[in-house]
Design a protein around this ligand. Structure first.
Ligand SMILES: [Zn+2]
Length: 269
């Protein structure tokens, strides 16, 4: 999965250090990232002008990554859409961009206090923002969501989302609501999206998924009772039982969804 970047090491120890020329600087525009013309992530020394403030994000081995909330476009660089770019790069670069994008969005969307409306300030000691006026402290936003491998003997339930740019096969998924355990979410989502009941719910693996600020929790379960699908058409374009041998091989398996599908294909779950 994309977070498995060994032998590289992800170090997210918080720091308020300043950027230097050798550090990498990320600028996002919508769901696009600013790249050099040769498709690499630019270092600070490659910019004609640096913004007033750069946010330290994390370190991969000895390389430090920063982001800016400003547009840093210059003529020898271009903004590339993230999802197509992910398909061209290795796991480590995909992980860097997912994680940087999540932190960027959090900083961008939390300039002001949601309680009193005054400007927020960066903490000196931890990844947090705080309000000097009312004392409100805001930590990074991480949304837990479940990915569900629902089995029916030698088949697995696959779906295609309605109203999304991603049109490939997916597994059922949904956000954990306040008051729920992830297992509760599995039961509720399967019932809401395809009208089925489940049993034998087992945790499989997790994955940080920064482009949507998610923490994905993978579960495997079996259909309980009827296998007839009743589609929730606002959410899904289609859902069907797909046999193990009809699942396409995906050697990269950067996503938890793909990893679960391949595990089923290979009789591992
Ligand atoms: Zn406040």
């Amino acid at each position: 999965m994309l977070q498995n970047i060994a032998p590289h090491r992800f170090d997210n120890t918080y720091s308020t250090r300043s950027i230097t020329g050798e550090d990498y600087l990320l600028s996002f525009r919508g769901r696009e990232v600013l790249l050099n013309s040769d498709d690499t992530i630019p270092q600070a020394k490659e910019f004609n002008h640096l913004p007033e403030y750069c946010y330290y994000l994390f370190r991969i081995d000895e390389k430090c990554y920063f982001c800016s909330l400003d547009s840093l476009y210059q003529e020898d660089m271009y903004y590339a859409a993230l999802r197509p770019y992910f398909r061209k790069v290795d796991n480590t670069t995909e992980f860097i961009l997912h994680t940087a994008f999540q932190l960027f969005e959090w900083y961008r969307d939390h300039c002001f206090c949601g309680r009193c409306g005054k400007p927020l300030f960066r903490s000196e000691k931890e990844r947090a923002l705080y309000c000097k006026e009312c004392g409100n402290t805001i930590y990074p936003k991480i949304s837990p969501a479940v990915i569900i491998a629902l089995r029916n003997d030698d088949s697995i339930l696959m779906s295609v989302y309605a109203n999304r740019e991603y049109k490939h096969y997916a597994l059922l998924a949904g956000f954990v609501e306040i008051g729920e355990t992830p297992e509760d979410t599995v039961i509720r989502e399967v019932n809401e999206e395809v009208g089925l009941h489940v049993k034998n719910i087992q945790y499989y693996a997790s994955q940080p998924w920064g482009i949507d600020s998610d923490l994905l929790l993978g579960y495997v379960c079996d259909v309980d009772g009827s296998t007839e699908i009743t589609l929730e058409e606002d959410e899904l374009a289609s859902a069907e039982w797909v046999k193990r041998e009809d699942i396409e091989e995906d050697l990269r398996q950067s996503s938890l969804t793909s990893t679960l599908m391949q595990a089923f294909r290979n009789h591992e779950i």
